[in-house]
Design a protein around this ligand. Structure first.
Ligand SMILES: *[C@@H]1O[C@H](CO)[C@@H](O)[C@H](O)[C@H]1NC(C)=O
Ligand SMILES: *[C@@H]1O[C@H](CO)[C@@H](O)[C@H](O)[C@H]1NC(C)=O
Ligand SMILES: *[C@@H]1O[C@H](CO)[C@@H](O)[C@H](O)[C@H]1NC(C)=O
Ligand SMILES: *[C@@H]1O[C@H](CO)[C@@H](O)[C@H](O)[C@H]1NC(C)=O
Length: 413
């Protein structure tokens, strides 16, 4: 920052000294976007050296000088500028150029060179917002054309919010993961079309599975519409670039899996995102549409929620074209037990009887009888006969036991 200021000051003073007509020319004063935040003081560039180049320079010098190439310009005035200005590659805005041939003074000649050098720059190194990119939709707050009750006015901007972070007290996002929060001026970038919205589904463990505690397992997740295998350094480039898509419109990115312990499968407690048992980026590209991550050592016994975080290359969650869409991520719930068996495994057959309201008492009695040691086949025969008669149908539902009774009877709780 100080360096930049110093250079700017050097440039200003040298420009002034190089000027044949040092009176500041208001037409050539440009408001700059050199620094995203605090130093508005250094943001005014007066192209006072361009006394002879009034029209053209208005669009131009700003980019070059802002790009920090002031060192080159320091060469100074007149013909001396010719060499130094070669470095002004940042001058994307120089479409105006100097065509005022009436200005023949040495200073004008120097500035012409400046502009010529500058024109070799491109939009991606320019520090000015190109007028073709102004997002005019951001100028309205959304309240004019009908609004839902409670809808609030949007913040608006005439300049794409390029200096938005100056309105906050947050540090600028700088590619590190700033735990106390930050303000990011990087654009959201390329938004995936509705035909290319990512989604995913865990294949293993799948929803409601039970797996063995403290034992290696591999998470597998099928993924659609994400061009996987693209991830940048999360320590230096986190949220540090826009989302981008490939030539077919798919977001180029990667996914993550996070596993959090929860109270139970029926838990209604809101989870705490600062706490999780396992987190892993699926860094490799999907194989046959499936991403994999080994969980070395497995998990302790418990109940878990497992979620995906489908992301762009710079780790931001994927962005898609419309607000109303199915989930772009998956979440499943599974149980981890010491033996890898569901705790109520022996009673699983009871599920089949849930609908047989009228049979509850009978079933309880059958179980009791089984527990006091009556023979299994005899009980089944007794149970079926009256049931079928009472229901009065030969359908599957006529059986009180479905597939469950034999299991119950042979494996009493
Ligand atoms: C061209 O430069 C001359 C000399 O500085 C100046 O008097 C004149 O107004 C300029 N013309 C335009 C169109 O800027
Ligand atoms: C100078 O350049 C501007 C912008 O391109 C143009 O509109 C104008 O006609 C030019 N004038 C001369 C004298 O070439
Ligand atoms: C990034 O910003 C944070 C917060 O201002 C700061 O603590 C950290 O040193 C910065 N890191 C780099 C590499 O600029
Ligand atoms: C579990 O995974 C770890 C890490 O990959 C590996 O070193 C270990 O051999 C695995 N254990 C078994 C029993 O496969």
């Amino acid at each position: 920052m100080f360096t930049k200021k110093a250079l700017i000051l050097a440039f200003l003073s040298l420009s002034l000294s190089a000027s044949a007509a040092p009176a500041a020319d208001a037409d050539c004063t440009l408001t700059q976007t050199v620094t995203a935040r605090s130093s508005a003081t250094s943001a005014v560039f007066a192209n006072t050296g361009n006394g002879k180049n009034k029209g053209g320079n208005a669009g131009g010098n700003a980019g070059a000088n802002a790009a920090g190439k002031a060192g080159a310009n320091a060469g100074g005035k007149g013909a001396a500028n010719a060499g130094g200005n070669a470095g002004n590659t940042g001058n994307a805005g120089n479409t105006g150029n100097n065509n005022n041939s009436t200005g023949a003074a040495a200073a004008a000649s120097g500035n012409n060179n400046n502009n010529n050098g500058g024109n070799s720059g491109d939009l991606q190194s320019s520090l000015t917002l190109d007028s073709s990119l102004i997002q005019t939709g951001f100028q309205q707050d959304g309240q004019a054309a009908g609004s839902d009750a409670g809808q609030v006015a949007s913040v608006t901007s005439d300049n794409n919010f390029i200096n938005y972070c100056a309105t906050t007290n947050l540090p600028l996002t700088n590619g590190t993961q700033i735990k106390t929060g930050s303000c990011n001026a990087a654009p959201m970038g390329m938004i995936a079309a509705t035909t290319a919205m990512p989604s995913s589904k865990f294949v293993s463990p799948k929803n409601l599975d039970t797996i063995q505690a403290n034992t290696n397992f591999t998470v597998q997740m099928a993924i659609n519409n994400l061009n996987t295998g693209f991830f940048v350094n999360p320590n230096t480039n986190y949220f540090a670039a826009p989302q981008f898509t490939d030539s077919s419109g798919l977001v180029q990115g990667h996914s993550h899996v996070v596993i959090e312990a929860i109270d139970s499968l029926q838990s209604t407690s809101v989870t705490d995102p600062t706490k999780f048992n396992f987190f892993k980026g699926f860094n490799a590209a999907a194989q046959n549409g499936v991403l994999s991550a080994a969980v070395a050592g497995g998990l302790p016994a418990g109940v878990y929620k497992m979620s995906s975080i489908n992301s762009a290359a710079n780790h931001q969650p994927v962005l898609v074209a419309v607000a109303q869409h199915g989930s772009l991520d998956d979440a499943v719930y599974f149980t981890v037990t010491d033996n890898g068996q569901a705790a109520n495994n022996g009673n699983a057959g009871n599920n089949g009887n849930a609908g047989n309201n009228g049979n509850v008492l009978l079933l309880a009695r059958v179980q009791l009888q089984a527990q006091v040691g009556l023979r299994v086949r005899q009980l089944q025969a007794q149970a079926r006969a009256p049931r079928r008669a009472s229901v009065g149908s030969g359908s599957e539902r006529a059986s009180p036991c479905h597939d469950g009774c034999p299991l119950l009877l042979t494996r009493p709780a």
